[in-house]
Design a protein around this ligand. Structure first.
Ligand SMILES: *Cc1c(COP(=O)(O)O)cnc(C)c1O
Ligand SMILES: [Zn+2]
Length: 375
């Protein structure tokens, strides 16, 4: 496997990939410079999980792979908002969300460079995924979450043996707490660490393969820190660079109106009175008021001539009820994309649309219960 390097976005400094830093010494974000390869003869012969794209994943030695045989989630065609939509079943991973894609590659890398202790912060699902993969690798793990995180996610994180830290206050207070811990420990961050995106990018490869070697016209994804949207962007870029696609899907990101900093940056603030950033939203998984890769998300959306859309609490709740009635048990954050489909304009029926169910409903029992009070 060829060399890969870490490059600082801010000062351009280059580091070998074996370094245990998660950001540049100047404080800048890392990009990973790695050229993926696709060997389709081999890929087709391998099991249906994300490690079938072995030559496109930046892990040197198979022995270091930390995996639950994750990926290749079903792509189901559903009738939603009077049209046919492809929905990738990303709630059906080992830990109940697509975060397992990123955790598998990131923890494999940590394992490969000899890391024995990781720290991570999360609004819930990334913490669950990192804790599970750390358990599988035998790596010690500390997870920082906002004190108000759904109890099911807290139970899940603790169950894997991770040390759980409940931080009072906002999601940003949690981020500050973990940054202190990350001064002496490897930060297995789903937003800072570029290896996480090397895992989430596989969603693009799978969509391409499942659509018969074609790229869809539009991909609609929930956006907080953009781990799925940026992963998809990297993945489709890889396919483009490898000459496997010649058109790029439009990437459409969806934010909850109560916390939509990226929609604000693209389209300006809402005119309604009294709207403050990071009000409470039922979509807890994407309530990120300061996404550190915000400029990259805006760039990905604009480069693909996509868009960023906001959906209201009422629209999210209407959408989740619809999806639940169809027999799919998803968490509230996952319903944002379905709410967005109702708002799409100027898209003709021939255009193929792919979206995801990003997280499992069992993670948010009390929030879902509040939607269905006893009669
Ligand atoms: C993490 C997550 C998202 C997307 O969040 P990002 O912050 O953009 O990575 C969406 N849905 C669920 C259920 C999630 O756990
Ligand atoms: Zn730097």
């Amino acid at each position: 496997m060829q060399e890969s390097t870490l490059i600082c976005q801010q000062c351009g400094r280059v580091y070998p990939d074996s370094i245990s830093l998660w950001r540049c010494q100047c404080g800048g974000l890392f990009d990973l410079n790695f050229i993926p390869k696709f060997d389709w003869v081999k890929i087709k012969q391998r099991p249906h999980n994300l490690w079938r794209y072995r030559e496109a994943l930046p892990i040197r030695n198979d022995q270091h792979i930390v995996s639950f045989s994750e990926g290749f989630t079903e792509l189901l065609q559903l009738q939603l908002a009077n049209r046919k939509i492809w929905v990738k079943q990303e709630h059906l991973f080992q830990t109940g969300s697509y975060k397992d894609r990123g955790a598998s590659v990131l923890i494999s890398h940590a394992h490969e460079i000899g890391i024995q202790h990781v720290v991570e912060d999360s609004s819930g699902n990334a913490g669950c995924a990192i804790a599970a993969y750390a358990a599988r690798a035998g790596i010690r793990c500390d997870i920082y979450v906002p004190a108000e995180t759904s109890p099911a996610k807290l139970a899940q994180i603790r169950s894997y043996g991770a040390c759980l830290h409940l931080i009072p206050g906002s999601r940003e207070d949690t981020a500050t707490a973990v940054l202190n811990a990350a001064q002496d420990n490897y930060y297995a961050s789903h937003s800072w660490n570029p290896y996480f995106f090397q895992g989430t990018k596989t969603i693009a490869y799978e969509i391409w393969e499942q659509l018969g070697g074609k790229s869809p016209d539009i991909v609609i994804l929930p956006v907080g820190n953009g781990t799925l949207l940026l992963g998809a962007f990297i993945g489709f870029q890889d396919l483009m660079n490898a000459g496997l696609i010649d058109t790029f899907p439009k990437l459409i990101g969806v934010q909850a109106q109560a916390c939509s900093p990226l929609v604000d940056r693209l389209h300006g603030h809402l005119q309604t009175t009294g709207l403050v950033r990071n009000q409470h939203t039922i979509a807890e998984g994407i309530a990120i008021s300061l996404p550190i890769r915000g400029h990259e998300i805006l760039n990905a959306v604009q480069a693909t001539r996509g868009d960023l859309i906001r959906v209201s609490e009422h629209e999210i709740i209407t959408a989740i009820r619809t999806v639940h009635r169809m027999g799919f048990y998803i968490e509230p954050t996952s319903a944002t994309v379905i709410a967005a489909i109702n708002k799409l304009e100027n898209i003709d029926q021939e255009q193929s649309i792919v979206t995801v169910f990003s997280g499992h409903g069992l993670k948010s029992t009390e929030k879902i219960l509040s939607l269905y009070p006893e009669e």
